[in-house]
Write a protein of this length. Structure first.
Length: 204
């Protein structure tokens, strides 16, 4: 997990639902991988929703070789990975009455997910179309907005990078059992999204 300080806030990202260690060629990754974005006040280090800037933030997926270093191999190889490769962030929760300003005063991971702040992105219909060993990297980007640090300009390929996360190695083969042993936190996150109405398939 990588993070960057940007004026009054810091940004970090983690896999809430990581990709399986083995997947089949050309089949949707199920359940779809999801990343959780954490935005914190740079002075207090308290996590905040960041709702006021979500319209400037988005995530992008890329495929790397097994080592995970260097430049991504897809893109530019447009045929190697397909599906939803980028998208905007969504709030983890719609806040409830009962808290001042409708928000919990402190975001604590010990709190139930339905009471936590933050945002996430879901990568549906993501598939890898050739056999091999890879890693999936996700980058959090900002395009425009008043919080762009002075002297910084968006990268030409789409924005300024705020945070990155890299998966464990993934083996892509044909006719292999899908290994998707989700941990407790990932199962809870999956249940939370389904409880909010997201239609998320299970591995076949």
């Amino acid at each position: 997990m990588a993070s960057e300080r940007s004026q009054e806030r810091t940004y970090s990202m983690e896999f809430a639902i990581p990709p399986p260690r083995t997947i089949r060629i050309g089949e949707d990754i199920t359940p779809p991988l999801a990343v959780r974005v954490r935005i914190r006040d740079a002075i207090s280090d308290l996590e905040i929703s960041g709702e006021d800037e979500l319209s400037y933030l988005f995530v992008a997926a890329a495929l790397y070789d097994e080592g995970g270093g260097g430049a991504p191999i897809a893109p530019p190889d447009s045929g190697l990975i397909s599906g939803r490769l980028s998208g905007s962030l969504e709030l983890l929760n719609e806040y409830h009455e009962g808290y001042e300003d409708g928000r919990p005063p402190i975001n604590d991971d010990s709190m139930p997910l339905q009471l936590q702040q933050g945002s996430f992105a879901l990568f549906s219909s993501l598939r890898i179309n050739r056999p091999g060993n890879y890693r999936i990297g996700i980058t959090l980007l900002r395009v425009g907005g008043s919080r762009m640090p002075p002297g910084r300009r968006p990268r030409s390929e789409g924005g300024m990078s705020l945070a990155e996360v890299m998966s464990e190695p993934i083996s892509v083969q044909s006719n292999v059992p899908i290994e998707c042993p989700l941990g407790v936190e990932a199962r809870e996150f999956l249940y939370h999204l389904r409880n909010r109405g997201y239609d998320i398939p299970s591995p076949s």
